[in-house]
Write a protein that binds this ligand. Structure first.
Ligand code: ADP
Length: 343
């Protein structure tokens, strides 16, 4: 059994894709809720199988129910979880993660983040006076291999540390105590507005950084004075497209190279974790990038992880979608190992 739940999501065709290829052409032929055939437009066909496929008509609530709801339940029971969105710029990562607006909590299109916040507070047994809960929020972005605190911009180079008790943690990161979902959404919205964005040919406002939303849930019971902690990380990765496709120059080119390097490092960690060949080296290169260090517990460690592969269904983006789907296929073969077994 894979320890990473891997789902693919195809967004609807956008107006440019419709102009280029007409309304109907799509690379995707649905088989069922787990299997589909991908046609790359050059007569090549590949079959893919994931834990769940969200086709164009799927709802934000479908994604939340399948991918996030079980993880929230675990986090409340002190089992940490991570939800990652991966894909090229414009494929729907931020739409899936945030939705059109973080603060519009009545919107049916609201994304994973506002749903997770609400779901988390619904799961806490707040009326049970024998349990004291503390929920803390941190937000960081990894930009040009530096970890910036989005809740306090003066902290622009946080260090990642590890210890046996806490696992991986960000030294000195701002942690805001939150008491309800509405309060959390205001802080999230402020943090998101501090994110680094840039313009590329792919998307007028594309995220040039990886962004992590970290919720730490602590509970203390009067019966059992031990503190139980569960950590939930939602990670919106920067676009995975090839550099040539971004039309990048100068600073944006440097950003794109750094993003590509860190996503390659993520791919290398996944390759190492899934390498079952007899002569394999037992070294997992977590230390090669900030993102892989932060994800150490999520990938191959003692936590529950879900990966949402965001793709365009259009033939004009077939190469990038195929690369995203292959990344997900490899991630599906990760098996969890107890912390520290493979270093
Ligand atoms: P990314 O974060 O991967 O760069 P976005 O989430 O910004 O991409 O999506 C690009 C555009 O596509 C946005 O205008 C977004 O609203 C739209 N979009 C993405 N996914 C969907 C979806 N499932 N349904 C409707 N619109 C979507």
């Amino acid at each position: 059994m894979s320890s990473v739940t891997v789902c693919a999501r195809f967004r609807p065709l956008n107006s440019k894709e419709r102009r280029d290829h007409g309304d109907s052409p799509s690379c995707i032929q649905s088989v069922d809720s787990e299997n589909f055939i991908f046609k790359d437009g050059k007569e090549e066909e590949s079959m893919f199988c994931f834990d769940r496929v969200f086709y164009q008509e799927s709802l934000q609530s479908d994604v939340y129910d399948f991918l996030a709801r079980p993880i929230i339940q675990d986090v409340v029971n002190a089992i940490s979880g991570t939800i990652i969105t991966y894909g090229q710029t414009g494929a729907g990562k931020t739409y899936s993660m945030e939705g059109p607006s973080i603060l519009e909590n009545k919107d049916q299109n609201k994304g994973l983040l506002p749903r997770v916040v609400e779901g988390l507070f619904e799961c806490l047994k707040l009326d049970d006076e024998t349990i004291k809960y503390t929920v803390k929020l941190s937000m960081v972005e990894i930009y040009m291999e530096k970890v910036r605190d989005l809740l306090d911009l003066s902290k622009d180079n946080l260090q990642i540390k590890e210890c046996k008790v806490l696992g991986v943690f960000l030294s000195g990161v701002t942690e805001i105590s939150i008491t309800d979902a509405a309060e959390a959404l205001v802080h999230l919205s402020n943090g998101i507005s501090n994110r680094t964005v840039g313009e590329t040919q792919m998307n007028m406002e594309s995220s040039r950084s990886h962004c992590a939303y970290i919720f730490t849930v602590q509970q203390e019971s009067v019966r059992d004075t031990r503190l139980k902690t569960g950590k939930l990380i939602l990670l919106d990765l920067a676009g995975s497209e090839k550099i040539e496709k971004t039309g990048a120059e100068g600073k944006i080119l440097e950003e794109a190279k750094t993003i590509n390097k860190s996503l390659s490092a993520l791919g290398n960690v996944i390759n190492a974790l899934t390498d079952d060949s007899p002569g394999r080296v037992n070294h997992i290169p977590y230390r090669d990038s900030k993102i892989t260090r932060i994800l150490r517990d999520a990938l191959g460690g003692p936590s529950r992880t879900a990966l949402l592969l965001c793709c365009s269904p259009s033939p004009s983006n077939a190469a990038e979608s195929l690369s995203t789907l292959r990344f997900g296929t490899r991630a599906k073969h990760i098996k969890s190992t107890p912390r520290g077994n493979r270093s």
